[in-house]
Each structure stands twice: as structure tokens, then as C-alpha cells.
Ligand binder design. Structure first.
Ligand SMILES: NC(=O)C1=CN([C@@H]2O[C@H](COP(=O)(O)OP(=O)(O)OC[C@H]3O[C@@H](n4cnc5c(N)ncnc54)[C@H](O)[C@@H]3O)[C@@H](O)[C@H]2O)C=CC1
Ligand SMILES: O=C(O)C(=O)COP(=O)(O)O
Length: 528
């Protein structure tokens, strides 16, 4: 039974599929402190959060069973991603479900700002009939959009309908896309100097932190207005307060704060030119259902070891690529594991060669499985496909990948070579044969044809008569039943290998006895 902890308020309807899954138990415990979470997280396989729960390294360290942290929303700045990656915990988000809702909130904030709606409302309900609130039209105003991703693009579309001129900046905004959206591709500098309204829609990163600060306010149009429904800190709060005081900024609308919730004496809360909401950008019935459904679906896939999407700490893979690669994942991991059992020496490089049809796709996800196979022998369950490449980096283990369309006689071929410190190489190659499944076709460059199996014996011997009989007799005497036996050699009478599949684990003394036989150089168990 998988246990899922929901630690923030997440739509009940959205998580219904998790609650109804026969193999899942869902516990809802919101408002817990970090210490309280640390105390209980060890029982859970998955943690579902929004933005309140800060998923710290301490929580992940205590989450010994934790496989996935699911963020029912976009921003993952409340989750320690490097810590998650290091521990092999998959972090997923729900990037699409709240786009429109947040865009609409930003637009509502812009309109409320233009027409002083919150201030006018407060006065009216306090009994004052104050008609001095003088607003501005949006029509013909310049709107600067910083961050033209999902939300920023939707804001731009709506602003067009209001007759605004839109200036957009995003490092990934091309001239072509800008034109399609009816946006003038601009620099941050252009936007800062010319916009009547600026709205920010970037994540908070070291680069975007305080991207609007004193220097930017200094050159802004007097009377401009600014909206932040993205992340607290993209706009420098202290610099904004100064710009409001100096009359540069006529009004600001903020849904997010550098520290949430803001302290009661936060200057925004006492400035009549600032309107605020408590991080409500994504808070609609529709968005909350969407993001919870998305994240629940992916969490279920991850718990059940099925393919999943929206991992934040792994590069995205197109589903067309995933469909092609998936059949190879198990073979790849077994080849990695096989290769690691071929050496007892420290390894400095893992060299992976993809040949044939595999050269046509981005094989990075498959590489993660192969590397997981190599590392698992020494690192055990600590390694998975999220952290396998990361673990090679912190160990200075070099991973070299190459692809070639040359088929080498197979439709597809994966060769994994481990280079030892001494430059000696150990290699294994495998293929996926349509109709026959996974095959090991080469061991240390000796041709062979064997299905990877849980209990195998690899024997290195001299190619001479009687060896197969002697091995069979010895194993039979020790009640080790042989399922399959394959022999490979490069030249007649030279060095050769034998790969046997047997029905049970081979006792150590049997391996020792095998090496005692004439012309046998080594014998080892390979367990996949
Ligand atoms: N207030 C709320 O409740 C919500 C806030 N958000 C926040 O809104 C922001 C945007 O969300 P989405 O549009 O879904 O994300 P997105 O990933 O689709 O778009 C973000 C865009 O920012 C751009 N960007 C990154 N660095 C930049 C820079 N230095 N200058 C200009 N652009 C830069 C990226 O290239 C990307 O296109 C995120 O911070 C997200 O966490 C999202 C949903 C709800
Ligand atoms: O999705 C996002 O990035 C948000 O900021 C929404 O946050 P929330 O889920 O409402 O706490």
C-alpha cells in the first residue's frame, strides 16, 4: 500500500483518483510545522503540496520512503530541488492547470489598480460617498510583460482585446512568436522606460530576483503602475516603496510577497497606492481541480513505476520519444548492472554506445537507466533515474555517450563499457529482438546470445574439448540446474566465454570448484 500525505489544502475532487485507488492510502494533514512533518514523513511514499509547505532538505532526509513530491501548481520555489535530486526524489508540478486563472487574476489586479476599486469599495462600505477616485483607461496604454511564458502570453492576448500596446520580454521570446501574439519584442530596458503598466510573470531565480529595483524605477515613466502575480522578490519591495513615495509609481498590485504571509507592519499593507491579495492567483475552483487532477495522476504513475510527465528535476521527454525508448529501459538497466559485475576495480568512465534505430532518438532517459544499473551494485536503492547522472558527477565518474546509425548487424544495439582506472575495459552489449525480447549479444567483445537472467554464471576458459561436459557435471553434482548455456569465442582454440542461466543462486564454493577445473580461468555469478 502506498501512503500519500497531502500537507496543503488541495481540491478534494482533484485528488479523488488517489483516494479511490485500491493501492493508495491518502492522509490529509495541513498546517504542520517543519518539525511535525519531519516526524511523520518517514511513513510516506508521496507528498502533495501547494506553496505553503516548505519542503526542506530536512524533510526529505527524514522521508526515507519518499519517492515523489507533487506540487499542485507551477512554482516549485518552496521545494529544495537540489536536495530532492540528490536523494532521487522526483519533483513534479502541474504547469498548465492554473495558467488562465492566474492570468485572469493579474488582469483583475490591473483593472482594479487602474480604477482604484479596492480603495473605493472600502470607502463606500464605510459610509463615505467619495467620488474623487479618478482612474485611467487601459486603451492605448503600453503594457510591459516581463516573462512571456504560459501566463504572460495569456495576459498579452487579453490586453490586446483592451486595445493596449504590448511590449514583451522573455529570453525565449522569438520575433516570430512575438508577432503571432501581437507583441512588440522589447528589452527589459525598453519596457522599463516606456511602459505605463508592467506585469511580471517569471519564476523567481537568481537572475530574476529584484529584476525591477531602484535602477529600473529611476528611469520609469512617472505615473506608471506595476503588477506582480508571479513571485515575491521579482520586484524589489523596498525599492518599490521608495518609488511610490517619490511619485514615480502611481500604483502597485501585488498577489505575492518576498515573505509570505507579510508581517503586519509590511509597508504595502499601509500604503493607499498599493492593493494586495493573499497569493490568490491560482485560487479558482477550476484551477484547483485542474492542478490536483494533474498532479494526482502523475503521482499514481510514479508510485506504480509507470511512465510519467512534468518532472521538474529531470529534463522533459516528448511522448513520441518516450514511446520508442520505453521498451529499452529494462534492458539498459540490466546491461549497466551486468557491466558493473564484470569489474572489481575502480571505474573512471562509463562509455555507452547506441547503434541502429536508437541513434534516431534522444536517448538521455535510457542513459539514466543504464547508469542506474551500473551504480546500483554499490549504491543500492539510493540510486534511481532521477539522481543517477547527478551521482556520477559528484563522484567524478565520466559518462560518455555516442550514437551511430551503423546497425552492426542488429536493428538496435546498446554497448556499455566500463573503463577502469588502469584503462582496462569491460563491456557488454545487448539488443531488443522483436519477438524474442532482451538479448545479451556480446561480453567483453566475445559474441554470445543469451537472455539476461537473474542467476547467471560467466565463465572464462580456453576453447578446448570437454569443458562444457565438465561444467555440466560439476553443476549437476552440486544440484545447480542449467536452464541455458551459451559459448562464444573469437578464434578456434583461443580464449572463450561461457554464459549459463541457472535456476538458483550459485553457492560460492561451486564457483571456486569451477575455477579448479582444467582450462577454466575464472567463474563468477552475474545477478540481474
Ligand atoms: N500568484 C499565483 O498564485 C501564481 C503564480 N505563478 C507564478 O507565475 C510565474 C509564471 O508562471 P508560468 O507562466 O506558468 O511559467 P512559465 O514557465 O510558462 O513562464 C515563465 C517565463 O519566464 C521566463 N523568464 C525566465 N527568466 C526570465 C527573465 N530573466 N526575464 C524575463 N523572462 C524570464 C521564462 O523564459 C518563461 O518563459 C511563475 O513564477 C509561477 O510560479 C503561477 C501560478 C499561480
Ligand atoms: O502555482 C503557483 O506557482 C502558485 O503560486 C500557486 O500557489 P498556490 O498553489 O495557490 O499556493
Amino acid at each position: 500500500m502506498f501512503k500519500v500525505l497531502v500537507s496543503d489544502p488541495i481540491s478534494d475532487l482533484g485528488i479523488q483518483q488517489l483516494v479511490e485507488a485500491a493501492d493508495v492510502q491518502v492522509d490529509k494533514k495541513t498546517g504542520l510545522s517543519e518539525a511535525e512533518l519531519i516526524e511523520i514523513i518517514g511513513d510516506y511514499d508521496a507528498l502533495l503540496v501547494r506553496s505553503q509547505t516548505k519542503v526542506t532538505e530536512g524533510i526529505m532526509k527524514a522521508g526515507s520512503r519518499l519517492k515523489v513530491v507533487g506540487r499542485a501548481g507551477v512554482g516549485v520555489d518552496n521545494i529544495d530541488l537540489p536536495a530532492a535530486t540528490g536523494r532521487g526524489i522526483i519533483v513534479i508540478n502541474a504547469p498548465d492547470g492554473n495558467t488562465i486563472t492566474t492570468c485572469e487574476h493579474a488582469f483583475a489586479m490591473m483593472m482594479a489598480l487602474a480604477r482604484h476599486i479596492p480603495q473605493a469599495y472600502a470607502k463606500t462600505i464605510s459610509g463615505q460617498w467619495d467620488r474623487k477616485f479618478l482612474g485611467v483607461e487601459l486603451r492605448n496604454k503600453k503594457l510591459g510583460v516581463l516573462g512571456m511564458g504560459r501566463i504572460g502570453s495569456e495576459v498579452a492576448k487579453r490586453a490586446k482585446a483592451f486595445g493596449m500596446d504590448i511590449l514583451g520580454y522573455d529570453p525565449f521570446l522569438t520575433e516570430e512568436r512575438a508577432e503571432k501574439l501581437g507583441v512588440k519584442l522589447s528589452s527589459v530596458d525598453d519596457i522599463v522606460k516606456n511602459a505605463d503598466f508592467i506585469t511580471v510573470h517569471t519564476p523567481l531565480t537568481p537572475e530574476t530576483k529584484h529584476m525591477i529595483s531602484t535602477a529600473q524605477f529611476a528611469v520609469m515613466k512617472k505615473g506608471m503602475r506595476i503588477i506582480n502575480c508571479a513571485r515575491g522578490g521579482v520586484v524589489d519591495e523596498a525599492a518599490l516603496v521608495a518609488a511610490l513615495d517619490e511619485g514615480i509609481v502611481a500604483g502597485a498590485a501585488f498577489d505575492v510577497f518576498e515573505h509570505e504571509p507579510p508581517a503586519p507592519d509590511h509597508p504595502f499593507l499601509h500604503n493607499p497606492k498599493v492593493i494586495v491579495t493573499p497569493h490568490l492567483g491560482a485560487s479558482t475552483v477550476e484551477a484547483q481541480e485542474n492542478v490536483a487532477i494533474d498532479v494526482s495522476e502523475q503521482v499514481l504513475h510514479i508510485l506504480r513505476d509507470e511512465p510519467f510527465k512534468n518532472a521538474v528535476n529531470m529534463p522533459p521527454v516528448a511522448s513520441s520519444v518516450m514511446n520508442k525508448l520505453q521498451p529499452y529501459f529494462s534492458l539498459g538497466e540490466k546491461l549497466g548492472s551486468f557491466a558493473s559485475q564484470l569489474t572489481a576495480e575502480p571505474v573512471k568512465s562509463i562509455v555507452i554506445e547506441y547503434a541502429g534505430e536508437l541513434s534516431e532518438v534522444d536517448t538521455q532517459p535510457l542513459t539514466r537507466y543504464i547508469v542506474k544499473g551500473v551504480l546500483s551494485r554499490h549504491l543500492g536503492s539510493e540510486v534511481n533515474i532521477v539522481n543517477s547522472l547527478h551521482l556520477t558527477k559528484i563522484r567524478d565518474l565520466n559518462v560518455q555517450v555516442s550514437s551511430s546509425s551503423a546497425t552492426k548487424g542488429f536493428t538496435n544495439l546498446i554497448t556499455v563499457t566500463l573503463v577502469e582506472q588502469t584503462n582496462a575495459e569491460r563491456s557488454v552489449a545487448g539488443t531488443l529482438l522483436y519477438g524474442y525480447g532482451e538479448r545479451i549479444v556480446q561480453v567483453n567483445e566475445f559474441p554470445i546470445d543469451s537472455a539476461p537472467d537473474n542467476h547467471q554464471i560467466l565463465i572464462s576458459h580456453n576453447d578446448q574439448p570437454g569443458i562444457i561436459g565438465n561444467v555440466g557435471t560439476l553443476l549437476g553434482r552440486n544440484e545447480v540446474n542449467i536452464a541455458t548455456m551459451q559459448v562464444g569465442r573469437k578464434v578456434v582454440g583461443g580464449e572463450a566465454v561461457m554464459l549459463l542461466s541457472v535456476d538458483k543462486e550459485v553457492p560460492k564454493n561451486v564457483l571456486t570448484e569451477l575455477v579448479g577445473l582444467e582450462a577454466i580461468n575464472s567463474a563468477q555469478e552475474i545477478s540481474l
